[in-house]
Design a protein around this ligand. Sequence first.
Ligand code: SF4
Ligand code: SF4
Length: 102
Amino acid sequence: MGTTREERIETRTRNEKWQNAPLRIEMLECINCDACLRHCPPNFGAIFNHGADVVIIPELCSGCDKCLPACPVDCIYPDPDWQPANVPDDWWTLPLSSHDPY
Ligand code: SF4
Ligand code: SF4
């Protein structure tokens, strides 16, 4: 389940083989520079502009850490305790929409 990005979006599930926790952006520290967004590999495509915020959809985030060195204020953190139910429903309107940068 969740082998391709399309499958992860369709089923809203993470790839169960991913060992690393997904990352989250601390919105109080983020300066909305979008640098991380450009460093997330398209096959994951986990970071989105959501209104004034920049967000990571955890089901799409493999924990590859490629976004970390891009962040000028180090406000991206592992989120080992994430729960699918905590992901706002409207975040899921972003992947594969006209707001999908990948
Ligand atoms: S850890 Fe990897 S997959 Fe997750 S948001 Fe950062 S670059 Fe994207
Ligand atoms: S790189 Fe860091 S500061 Fe810039 S948008 Fe991403 S999380 Fe926010």
